[in-house]
Design a binder for this molecule. Structure first.
Ligand SMILES: C[S@@+](CC[C@H](N)C(=O)[O-])C[C@H]1O[C@@H](n2cnc3c(N)ncnc32)[C@H](O)[C@@H]1O
Length: 263
């Protein structure tokens, strides 16, 4: 049985996530997770969008739309999209809030370059800006954003607590955090099919089409190890958020989490 599944019974979710030794993309001995994650996303940046939409059968568009609909804040003006990657969530936010200023931050400059070219093509440079940066050390003052979002990013954080506490710090009081992340379906049959697809099909396609086959092995390991559902809600609460809720999508293979900074 996978180490995470065993330890899940014995330790609080935070400890499980920190204890798991299999979480780095390349498992090199002389680099930390953040360095490896940055390297990996820079390597796969060129094929990221295509593979994302192809491997999910286009459902990822629907997931991001649903995540944006979860935003409850009335007419947010300043929105942070952390781990923005190539900017798909930032673009979706812009569709709903065309007058908001959206800042996308990501570790991987090559992902951001692709995001920037998409924004340029659509003439949205005034509404969406990108910056290379780290979720665990956000280069902004406290209490500045109405809303913060993270799509498929928190699973890759080196220090999940620090990343969430930093997001809490930069949100205004009562500001909302919306997180979209893969999760494990609870139905045993679906869970078996999902794991089989993730373990056997997805890495094969990733191997053929991407420059970095290890990335797609890492995807499966990191989704399995991630403390999803109630475990993540507990982590959100411990990081200073209240009114935390989760909404599983598509048989539970993806989940939207929401929490508010205390007033
Ligand atoms: C799977 S991609 C998601 C991109 C985008 N949000 C989307 O919906 O397609 C994960 C992104 O998280 C970024 N990332 C991981 N750890 C990060 C950190 N500590 N700070 C900022 N970005 C980070 C990676 O560089 C990568 O671009």
């Amino acid at each position: 049985m996978h180490l995470t599944l065993i330890t899940r019974w014995w330790f609080p979710p935070k400890i499980i996530f920190l204890l798991n030794p299999e979480l780095k993309p390349y498992q090199l001995s002389d680099t930390n997770k953040k360095e490896e994650v940055g390297t990996m996303f820079n390597r796969i940046a060129g094929t990221y969008d295509f593979l994302n939409h192809f491997l999910s059968g286009g459902v990822d568009f629907y997931w991001r739309k649903k995540a944006v609909k979860t935003i409850k804040t009335d007419q947010p003006q300043h929105i942070l999209d952390m781990a923005t990657g190539t900017g798909d969530l930032a673009l979706e936010i812009n569709k709903r809030y065309p007058s908001a200023q959206i800042l996308g931050i990501d570790l991987a400059d090559k992902m951001i370059e692709i995001g920037e070219s998409k924004i340029k093509r659509k003439g949205l440079e005034k509404n969406i800006r990108f910056e290379v940066g780290d979720s665990e050390n956000i280069n902004r003052s406290s209490n500045v954003f109405d809303v913060a979002t993270v799509a498929f990013g928190v699973r890759n954080y080196q220090n999940l607590d620090k990343g969430l506490t930093e997001l809490n710090r930069v949100l205004k009081p009562s500001g909302q955090l919306v997180v979209l992340e893969f999760s494990m379906p609870k139905n045993p049959l679906l869970s078996t099919i999902y794991q089989w697809y993730f373990k056997n099909i997805l890495p094969q396609i990733g191997r053929i089409t991407s420059k970095d086959p290890a990335a797609y092995d890492y995807l499966f390991r990191s989704v399995q190890a991630f403390p999803d559902g109630q475990n993540f809600l507990d982590i959100l609460s411990a990081s200073g958020f209240e009114k935390c809720t989760c909404n599983p999508l598509t048989f539970g293979i993806c989940t939207i989490y929401s929490g508010f900074k205390k007033p």
